[in-house]
Ligand binder design. Structure first.
Ligand SMILES: NC(=O)c1ccc[n+]([C@@H]2O[C@H](COP(=O)([O-])OP(=O)(O)OC[C@H]3O[C@@H](n4cnc5c(N)ncnc54)[C@H](OP(=O)(O)O)[C@@H]3O)[C@@H](O)[C@H]2O)c1
Length: 227
């Protein structure tokens, strides 16, 4: 049976992916900062584990708890979008450090902590949820705003492109996926996509990924995005 571990699975896209994965018969391990209050996740996941991806000790503790179990698909999903570092004219340094810690360093350290578990599995997939806002090509066309968030996702994309080569000898395939602009707490009510549609398509795309896709930047439908 396929085991999927999703970070930040208590709400938003993480919970949506967990629901689709459970409905498809996967063994779902969902993480949350507060597992006790993650009612929706507790109702569908095989296991709910505590994880704060901004805390190195928390990541190490999760790896200890999981031990040697194989993880077919790791989804680094947990993320934040603090608007206090959107604009260099009014820029909060602490918010920038926070977004880099959660959106970039968190996935790197979680992958590092669990890469042995992924290597021990059948599917061997290391997936990170990124954003099209991390595309330097798009930003260079003159799209405005979001300095901190864009930098954190561009850095995540670069980390993945590099890690993809560092882990391929262990049979691990590493891919970043943009979920679309989705109506979650982060995406807001104006977003054109509903979480159920985005997360179902993300799972469809993940199911089609092979070793040939290693290092790619895809959207939820499986189309390639510009770096
Ligand atoms: N929604 C969109 O339109 C959109 C577009 C592009 C990319 N994305 C990306 O998709 C991912 C999910 O976004 P979303 O829309 O579902 O956001 P969301 O509704 O705000 O949910 C964010 C999730 O991340 C968790 N999280 C935040 N900081 C964490 C930390 N330090 N440690 C562990 N978990 C943490 C939250 O847990 P708590 O409940 O404890 O805060 C929550 O489960 C993010 O990486 C985001 O950047 C979203």
């Amino acid at each position: 049976m396929t085991t999927i571990l999703i970070t930040g699975a208590n709400r938003g896209l993480g919970l949506g992916m967990a629901k689709h994965a459970a409905a498809r018969g996967y063994t779902v391990i969902g993480t949350a900062r507060n597992p006790g209050s993650a009612e929706g996740l507790n109702a569908i996941a095989s296991r709910v584990e505590k994880l704060d991806t901004s805390d190195h000790g928390s990541i190490d503790a999760l790896a200890q708890t999981l031990g040697d179990i194989p993880i077919d698909i790791l989804v680094n999903n947990a993320g934040i979008f603090p608007h206090e570092c959107d604009d260099i004219n009014d820029f909060d340094t602490e918010a920038f450090e926070r977004v880099m810690r959660v959106n970039t360093l968190g996935p790197i350290l979680t992958t590092r902590a669990l890469m042995g578990n992924i290597a021990r599995s059948v599917r061997k997939l290391n997936i990170s949820i990124t954003s099209n806002l991390g595309s330097i090509t798009d930003a260079a066309k003159g799209e405005m705003g979001f300095v901190g968030y864009r930098a954190s996702k561009a850095a995540l994309n670069m980390a993945n492109a590099t890690i993809a080569h560092q882990l391929k000898d262990r049979g691990i395939t590493s891919v970043v996926i943009h979920p679309g602009w989705v109506q979650t707490d982060m995406g807001g009510p104006q977003a054109p996509l509903m979480p159920d549609e985005s997360t179902g398509s993300i799972l469809d795309t993940i199911e089609k990924i092979t070793a040939k896709d290693n290092g790619r930047f895809l959207d939820y439908k499986g189309d390639t995005l510009p770096w």
